[in-house]
Design a protein around this ligand. Structure first.
Ligand SMILES: NC(=[NH2+])NCCC[C@H](N)C(=O)O
Length: 256
């Protein structure tokens, strides 16, 4: 990497539900960079459906985009660690404002490509990529063309969600194909740790059949070799407790 690393841990509204998630995000950020910024605040704990969630998380989402923007403006390589994958609705805005040609590599067990019409759970985190791609309006400008998103590790799509992925042109490919597909391009990586197998790292929305830690490290190392990686966000709900931070750090370092 030719740019200085700039790391921020963002504590999100939804961290109320999984406080371990924020501890993990902060521990990871500090492991990557002792000078990492730790920002964000807990909101009021209440059970949310997606529109409550959107309202309550609004400040946190804006903060996420602002953090990535600041890191880019400073000429740094941004790394954002957080519990809440919904931040992509603003982080991708910051990325594509600075690098209009950027591709997004979406490493996740889930597509997060539901809309209010297809969501089985009402969970905003399951709808955030679709909002980023302009499939529905969450109140944030769409930031990335679906054709510029490459998914891998995604193995749990709801029925309506699958139709949207297929019809809007998002590609979902095997891990071994990722680096070739993105070769020579500028790539921002969204890494939800539930892309790993739940035997390796437990998660709130665990889906069996995930990548091994070695498999993920290999994939990221290939991406680093073949592409120009321009930044990274590491998200998860049931984030690693401090005992697992070493494992996650070793994975993240493969792409730095
Ligand atoms: N980023 C995540 N953990 N997403 C989980 C989404 C689960 C499911 N597809 C839903 O919409 O509710």
């Amino acid at each position: 990497m030719d740019r200085p690393l700039s790391v921020t841990a963002l504590r999100c509204r939804t961290s109320d539900r999984t406080p371990g998630a924020s501890r993990g995000a902060e521990a990871l950020a500090l492991a990557l960079d002792p000078d990492a910024r730790l920002v964000g605040t807990f909101g009021e704990a209440r059970i949310a459906n997606w529109d409550d969630d959107l309202r309550d998380s609004h400040g946190c989402l804006l903060e996420a985009g602002g953090q990535v923007e600041d890191m880019l403006v400073a000429g740094a390589f941004p790394v954002l660690t957080t519990s809440d994958c919904s931040i992509c609705m603003t982080t991708f805005q910051a990325i594509t404002r600075h690098e209009p040609d950027a591709r997004v590599l979406w490493l996740d067990a889930h597509g997060d490509y539901n809309t209010p019409d297809t969501t089985p759970s009402g969970f905003l985190g399951g709808m955030c990529l679709a909002a980023s791609c302009g499939v529905w309006d969450a109140g944030f400008e769409p930031s990335i063309d679906p054709g510029r998103v490459l998914m891998s590790g995604v193995r749990d799509l709801d029925a309506g969600e699958r139709v949207l992925v297929d019809t809007t042109g998002v590609k979902n490919v095997r891990p071994s194909e990722v680096a070739q597909r993105l070769a020579g391009q500028k790539v921002y990586v969204h890494l939800d740790l539930d892309v790993l197998d739940p035997d390796i790292l437990p998660s709130q929305f665990a889906v069996p059949g995930g990548l091994s830690d070695t498999g993920l490290r290999t994939l990221l190392a290939e991406v680093k070799r073949e592409c120009e990686v321009i930044g990274l966000e590491v998200t998860a709900f049931e984030y690693p407790e401090p005992a697992n931070v070493e494992l996650v750090e070793s994975i993240v370092r493969a792409v730095l």
